[in-house]
Design a binder for this molecule. Structure first.
Ligand code: MG
Length: 382
């Protein structure tokens, strides 16, 4: 039996993780859950999984939650960053699934590592902002960081049984998002509804917009650099619209290992929670005979400069990846609120990165300061 804390339990990853727990009640027990503000579905989760501790975004939501809980289910209710940190380091939890969106995941991630929990990491922004610090802290505390992102889970699985020094290349696959076939001339007519309509993956709003802009793949390049301790030069993004190959690794001898499956996050989540043991997830295999061909293509960096931003951030390091991430978060929020156009996302990130005075080897304080600066700067550009 593994004791689990889930941060971000009402999001797409969180609900998939709870689906797995529901399928395997003999394997997992929920000890702590957090959610931002979706109180209705959060209270249902609490009544079903009976955590000992829960946290929401603020005091108002905490009171709302307290009122909505019925019957005998009375967990300790906390709120705000302190509450998320408490849930991340909850005494009886063995594994913490970090599935919050954006930079808000950083401090809970550090708290979980410092309390020596196993980390199942779905919050890529944390590694993009402070990859060096997070990975160093994890090594120091002898804590494994288990990837939940499907591509990184794939790479992690492909590397099992191989020696790191034999690794030559990572092929990071990308679905290409909904605008893969759109010509650049049509990009200024893209609407929010178009961008939220992802062809293969069903996910939350932030990551769906990131997938449409390919910023998601950009963030994943930085994530892979930290998780697998490789240079960005060893990472090649390959567009694979069917999302069957979740990523591949190439070795010195020219051999390539790929990890495949249906585009369903449950595979990656369950591998992080129980690997190397594989749980029965009642999942169908891809129908290779009817698929006919697996398709691959090069990404178009003129249409999607996001990959160039990410390679530049990896090259310059320091506070630049955090700045890229923060500018993107502001841009995505503004796009979701229909305050800017799709192409403005690229403009905001590019301008903010160009205006930033980079700090090398930043400590956590400098990273958070750079993050705040980038948010203010991107906001003022809007
Ligand atoms: Mg991914």
């Amino acid at each position: 039996m593994k004791n689990l804390s889930i941060l971000g339990s009402t999001g797409s990853i969180g609900t998939s993780a709870l689906d797995i727990v529901r399928m395997h009640p003999d394997r997992f027990q929920i000890k702590a859950l957090t959610a931002a503000n979706n109180i209705l579905s959060f209270s249902k989760q609490i009544e079903e999984f009976k955590p000992e501790l829960v946290a929401v975004i603020n005091e108002k939501k905490a009171m709302e939650l307290s009122r909505s809980l019925k019957g005998s289910c009375r967990p300790e209710i906390l709120f705000g960053e302190a509450g998320f940190i408490e849930a991340a380091s909850y005494k009886t939890s063995d594994i913490v699934l970090l599935a919050m969106v954006g930079a808000a995941g950083l401090k809970p991630a550090l708290a979980a590592i410092e309390s020596k929990k196993q980390i199942a990491l779905a919050n890529k922004e944390t590694l993009v902002m402070a990859g060096e610090i997070i990975m160093a802290k994890a090594r120091e505390n002898d804590v494994p960081i288990l990837p939940v992102d499907s591509e990184h889970s794939a790479i992690f699985q492909c590397l099992k049984g191989s020696r790191k020094r034999d690794l030559k290349k990572i092929f990071l696959t990308a679905s290409g998002g909904p605008f893969r076939k759109k010509s650049f001339d049509e990009f200024d007519q893209i609407t929010l509804e178009d961008a939220l309509n992802h062809p293969t993956w069903n996910m939350g709003h932030k990551i769906t917009i990131d997938s449409a802009s390919l910023m998601n793949k950009g963030l994943e390049i930085v994530e892979a650099v930290h998780l697998f301790d490789v240079s960005h030069k060893e990472i090649e993004v390959i567009v694979h619209p069917q999302s069957i190959v979740h990523s591949m690794v190439g070795f010195k001898d020219g051999s390539i290992i790929a990890q495949m499956g249906q585009p369903d996050m449950k595979g990656a989540i369950s591998y992080a929670l129980s690997g190397p043991e594989r749980l029965d997830l009642q999942m169908d295999f891809p129908l290779f005979a009817t698929l006919g061909a697996l398709k691959f293509d090069a990404p178009d960096t003129q249409k999607f400069p996001s990959l160039l931003f990410a390679y530049e951030a990896c090259k310059q390091k320091g506070t630049l990846p955090a700045v890229m991430n923060a500018a993107n978060e502001v841009a995505v929020n503004a796009f979701l609120e229909k305050r800017i156009d799709f192409l403005d996302i690229f403009r905001l990130i590019s301008k903010t990165m160009a205006l930033h005075t980079r700090i090398d080897n930043p400590d956590l304080f400098s990273i958070i300061e750079a993050d705040c600066w980038a948010r203010d700067n991107a906001q003022s550009l809007i």
